[in-house]
Design a binder for this molecule. Sequence first.
Ligand SMILES: Cc1cc2nc3c(=O)[nH]c(=O)nc-3n(C[C@H](O)[C@H](O)[C@H](O)COP(=O)(O)OP(=O)(O)OC[C@H]3O[C@@H](n4cnc5c(N)ncnc54)[C@H](O)[C@@H]3O)c2cc1C
Length: 419
Amino acid sequence: MSKKTPPWFKYPSYHWKKQQAVVIGGGIAGCQMAWHLCEKGWQVTLIERHKALAIEASGNKAGVISPKMTALPSIGEDFYRHAFEYTLSLIKKLEDRGENIEWQASGVLQLTHNDREEKRWHALQNRNLTTDFIQLLDEQKTSEVAGICLPYKSSYFPKGAWVNPSSLTNSLANHPNCTVSFQTDALELVQNESIWQLLNHKNQLVAKSEVVIIANGKDLMSFQQSNFLPGLAVAGQTSIATASATTKKLKTVIGHEGYLTPSINGQHVFGATFERNIDDPTLNAHADKLNFTNLHSYLPNIANAFLHRKSGHTAVRMTTPDRFPYVGALPNKAFYNKTYHDLHQGKQYKQYPKAEYQTGLFVLGGLGSRGLTTSGYCANILTNLINNMLEKNQKSHLENCHPARFIINKLKRKQPPKQ
Ligand SMILES: Cc1cc2nc3c(=O)[nH]c(=O)nc-3n(C[C@H](O)[C@H](O)[C@H](O)COP(=O)(O)OP(=O)(O)OC[C@H]3O[C@@H](n4cnc5c(N)ncnc54)[C@H](O)[C@@H]3O)c2cc1C
């Protein structure tokens, strides 16, 4: 039985004057959002401060599209599975329309490289999961599927893939209803009547619209309207290795603590590092060393067979305290704090009024280290919300990704004043 949505997570019905929106950020989140709105007939202006799309977190040469399993069924697993399947079918749809996306459904092998993965592997064996989604392989089968000897059991996702994110963002933005405004920054948002005005660093108007979606990666909290969202910036670097005759035999993506792609035009992508408190990372030899040492500790035969190594890409991923992204309308924080201030007293849901939001302002961000896998599905849910077309099974995912969830958690935990 599906649980009832509490009033603080309820959304209103929307009635827009025009189907016209501005999306801030030309990474995978912004491009997915733009494409999904365009598909529903909206005219979208996509604002990007760089000269090209996918320069920051989405700028990796190749990332992995793969689900995230938990030992027992969970909302998180369900979310990632939906996102995984959705993204794969979206890429195929774009290809069918003639878009040129650099990707390969090579399959993904998640190795049982530590106790946690070993336990998960055994737990997953006891579940009734279909083999076209996941196969639990022993060492011999893992090596057969990989095309190279791997001394591990694995969870094999036959539909898993790698993708070049910039080829995907370019295809998404190549929609007849989408206009991209490069080298444009939107640093401030001002609402005039019902219209949001976007101002740049010189305080000049760069765009205006009734509906604005903030999808600007690591700078998500830079607006006064979104600065209350808790987030954690985690820098990451990938490395690149020239494939040898030995490593060219690798057929699938391998997941261990990090990931390793099969040879893509003679090069493997591997990594990535996780470093907190770095806002503006630069490629560095230390991160490459960490990536190599990590890979070598699990797969020395592959690491030793690389011909030449160099740095890949570095950027900051914006992540959230519970690792679910932010997908939804931006709440009116003052209203939440006033209206739901006594939530810690445990009163019934129905005693509270419905939530209020910053009208016309939405967010898609905090995608962490899984944004290539999840952004398409998130954009689909958010587009459905904006168009009052939410599907029943998307409601729980939307609730889980609600931008006000940490305000609510805090109010629920609040200590009553001392007598
Ligand atoms: C090293 C590394 C490896 C990864 N590997 C994987 C993987 O294998 N699989 C996976 O699923 N995910 C992976 N990820 C995560 C994934 O890449 C991110 O979750 C995703 O790219 C985030 O997309 P985004 O659009 O939110 O952010 P970004 O790609 O950073 O896009 C934000 C955009 O907004 C623009 N912008 C910001 N502020 C403004 C402004 N004020 N005005 C105008 N433009 C602005 C920026 O220039 C930028 O282009 C990886 C990330 C990293 C860093």
